[in-house]
Design a protein around this ligand. Structure first.
Ligand code: FMN
Length: 285
């Protein structure tokens, strides 16, 4: 994926926007976004399909038509993503859809991952989701209003969206007992910091990373939030979060000149915390 400027700057700039002006998006901007979607593939091989839908004919961004219960205001265009069902489809989807969210940010557009409550059936119908596909998330696209709506501010406040967990809760060294410091992470500390600023469902930040001592090997784990996995049966929101984390880590590493690749290993990091499972490892070269 090509970005017009520093991906680290784009990651720092992105925040979820839930209220939009009526300003239309120029066709060439939409075309650029569509073109970027074509070249994507997830780290586990799955390919997301993305459709940009104009919802104005649905009665504008009316509450009932979109099913977002007024949390998204004023947006007409939605980026709708789908992917074939597969055991790693969620990570693959998160990885690719986030790259498009960042591309939209690069192009000056506001976005917001919507994976929770929205009219999934209606979006699926309009976007032509196939029988073997699943629609994990959509995002509004448009020019955000200069100030946030009350609904947006309330959601941000309740999710604590301006904050992220401290390093000591997310990043570890050798095993889950020892916290990883930016000094020990060395050149990778910025890539981890970019992972940390990724969006996640309800800002739960379920990603955990264990660095191998003395090697640029970073094992990624999913630590499920209690009671969160049952929220939506078909879509595992926290696996989407892990795919997003992988994209941020990988994109930032690329910009920092740190080469490597994702690999499935069997890391021996000692006992895992509760509700924690292994996802994948970054092996620096
Ligand atoms: C997989 C996923 C699903 C999300 N679903 C919703 C949603 O349904 N409604 C919503 O308002 N925000 C949703 N969000 C946005 C998060 O609340 C937001 O990313 C988080 O609070 C961090 O804030 P930020 O994106 O502004 O950094 C979702 C985010 C992710 C990654």
């Amino acid at each position: 994926m090509d970005y017009g400027r520093s991906i680290i700057a784009i990651i720092r700039e992105r925040t979820s926007r839930r209220s939009y002006t009526p300003q239309p998006i120029a066709p060439e901007i939409l075309a650029a976004l569509e073109a970027s979607a074509a070249g994507l593939r997830g780290p586990f091989g799955g390919k997301a399909r993305v459709v940009l839908l104009d919802t104005s004919a649905w009665g504008g961004a009316s509450i009932n038509a979109l099913g977002t219960y007024g949390t998204i205001r004023g947006a007409r265009i939605f980026m709708v993503g789908m992917i074939r069902r597969d055991s790693r489809a969620m990570e693959d989807f998160g990885h690719q859809f986030e790259q498009l969210v960042l591309k939209a940010t690069d192009l000056g557009l506001g976005t917001c991952w919507i994976g929770g409550i929205f009219n999934r059936t209606r979006f699926a119908e309009k976007a032509g989701v196939g029988g073997d596909e699943i629609l994990p998330a959509v995002s509004p696209l448009g020019y955000p209003t200069p100030s946030r709506s009350v609904a947006d501010s309330v959601i941000r406040w309740s999710a604590g969206s301006r904050q992220r967990r401290p390093w000591s809760e997310l990043f570890f060294h050798g095993g889950f007992r020892e916290a990883l410091t930016p000094e020990v992470a060395g050149p990778y500390h910025e890539a981890l910091e970019m992972l940390r600023w990724g969006p996640s469902a309800s800002n739960r930040q379920p990603w955990r990373v264990v660095k191998e001592p003395g090697r640029a090997v970073y094992h990624l784990f999913l630590c499920r939030s209690r009671g969160y996995d049952k929220l939506i049966k078909a879509v595992d929101l926290q696996r989407l979060d892990l795919g997003i984390a992988m994209s941020h880590f990988e994109l930032a590493s690329g910009e920092l000149g740190l080469s490597g690749a994702w690999q499935t290993l069997a890391p021996s990091v000692g006992p895992l915390p509760e509700r924690t499972e292994y996802i994948e490892s970054w092996v620096g070269t």
